[in-house]
Ligand binder design. Structure first.
Ligand code: ADP
Ligand code: MG
Length: 458
């Protein structure tokens, strides 16, 4: 303590006690137990914390309240300063996976094999960028301390952004460290199938035992549980059993849980209970680093200008980035040509011009179409059936189906909760009209162009 003048240690104790009385035991164990009093300075309380990630979470979730309590207790404004404890394991986690230089993870370690896990999906092979730092750090912390660090954890984000990679990395890491740990990775889809089979073969007990005795349960793509009421029930009970026994639960989902439909509230509540982290599309630098890493692993020679070309033109997700690379490599091997800028430009032309590359979503389409016809977004989503609204609405649905991957059900939902058959009908109408009305095609093309402009600006 500096000069023996200030000692806020007991104030910190009281502050923590107060905050703990206001939040759930779950939040306490997840966020507060690993913060320790370090020192006091004039109007400043120094605390140790395990990682940058943890610090950020505390600052965004509780800092205001903590400072408020201290103010109530002392009548003074005292700043809380969090110091990352270098000796702490979570910190070491990060240092163990240096990025992006080459490492030799796995060598010298005991070999393991796990039937559901692909060894390629490792933290070693995962490039951390701004878009995925939190998710990656959370995953690493979980892998290091299953059941203790962040439990449950839900990783969400669009297709091809690394959800499966991260979930499996947790499993792979834990499996490499703990021979006897029971780790189960399963997609929600397979879980559903297995569950139904177990009902049919009257072996639900065996099914229950299998899933309720694991140490780490990783369920991928839980959005597939939507509408599967009985399986949801099963997941709910499995969740409770494992959670009570402090077993680690990790889920992935293609959207925030709040946006899931036809999912029971109590299961939603369970998924949302722990840490929810999102994955965003990678920025240019991260895309570049990812491609470099993939190229390195394949031992092919690809000039930087080609990597730049791909990174500039493919912005949607890592999967698309990877498949462009694979396409190029396959071509060069088949025709025995080196990969030059010209070859890349020519071979990837179609991939680059795909509308998918512009990250267009339904909301953008509604905005652009509404503006084009001098309507509001609510007009398109609303119930009015005047001609001036119905046509733009159908057009917007048609364009959504043409240039995005949303299903008719999703499009219907986002257009004011309409049925998927309404969307199919709308698309049919527009297609029919295009056949007879030559002015329509240019309008559609014009709107798509506007959308591309809009999406690259935002
Ligand atoms: P999702 O499950 O979110 O659809 P995946 O985990 O299957 O996405 O990722 C798609 C592909 O992109 C995989 O081959 C994965 O290894 C790769 N990938 C995703 N994110 C990264 C990353 N940050 N670094 C390296 N590879 C990545
Ligand atoms: Mg996946």
């Amino acid at each position: 303590m500096s000069e023996g003048t200030w000692d806020y240690s007991s104030i910190w104790k009281d502050t923590l006690k107060q905050l703990k009385s206001e939040i759930s035991p779950h939040e306490i164990s997840m966020w507060l137990n690993d913060i320790h009093y370090l020192d006091s300075k004039e109007h400043e309380l120094l605390l140790s914390i395990s990682s940058n990630f943890h610090k950020y979470q505390i600052e965004t979730r509780y800092l205001k309240r903590l400072e408020g309590i201290i103010h109530d207790l002392t009548g003074n404004t005292i700043t809380l300063t969090f110091i990352i404890n270098k000796a702490d394991s979570a910190r070491r986690d990060m240092e163990e996976f240096p990025q992006p230089k080459k490492t030799t993870f796995g060598s010298g370690q005991k070999k393991y094999s796990h039937s559901q896990l692909n060894p390629e999906y490792s933290f070693e092979n995962f490039i951390i960028g701004k878009n995925n730092t939190f998710a990656a750090n959370a995953a690493i912390a979980i892998a290091k301390n299953p059941g203790k660090a962040y439990n449950p954890c839900l990783i969400y984000g669009g297709v091809g952004l690394g959800k499966t990679h991260l979930a499996q990395s947790i499993g792979n890491y834990a499996a490499s460290k703990h021979e006897n740990m029971n780790i189960v990775y399963i997609t929600a889809e397979t879980f559903i199938t297995e569950f139904i089979n177990s009902i049919q073969s009257k072996s639900t007990n065996r099914f229950n035992n299998k899933y309720r005795s694991v140490d780490i349960l990783l369920i991928d793509d839980i959005h597939d549980l939507q509408g599967k009421i009985e399986t949801q029930e099963e997941v709910f009970h499995t969740f409770n059993a494992l959670y009570e026994n402090k077993k680690q639960l990790v889920f992935t989902c293609d959207r925030p849980v709040s946006e899931l439909k036809n999912l029971s509230d109590r299961l939603k509540n369970r998924f949302e209970r722990g840490l929810n982290v999102d994955l965003q599309p990678p920025d240019y630098e991260t895309r570049f680093a990812i491609l470099k890493k993939k190229i390195e692993a394949k031992s092919v020679v690809i000039p930087n200008e080609v990597i730049e070309l791909i990174c500039t033109n493919i912005t949607s997700n890592v999967r698309d980035l990877e498949s462009a690379l694979l396409k190029l490599i396959a071509y060069s091997e088949l025709v025995n040509k080196t990969i030059s800028l010209e070859v890349a430009q020519q071979q990837l032309r179609d991939v680059f011009s795909s509308p998918k590359q512009s990250n267009i979503n339904i909301e953008m389409i509604q905005r652009v179409v509404a503006e084009y016809f001098s309507l509001s977004r609510n007009d398109l989503k609303g119930k009015k059936r005047t001609k001036a609204i119905v046509f733009p609405r159908q057009l917007a649905m048609y364009i959504t189906r043409e240039i995005t991957e949303y299903s008719t059900t999703e499009v219907g939902d986002d257009f004011g909760g309409r049925d998927h058959t309404t969307v199919m009908h709308a698309c049919q109408k527009i297609e029919n009209r295009m056949k007879t009305d030559p002015t329509l095609e240019p309008i559609v093309q014009n709107l798509i162009r506007l959308l591309k402009e809009y999406s690259t600006k935002s």
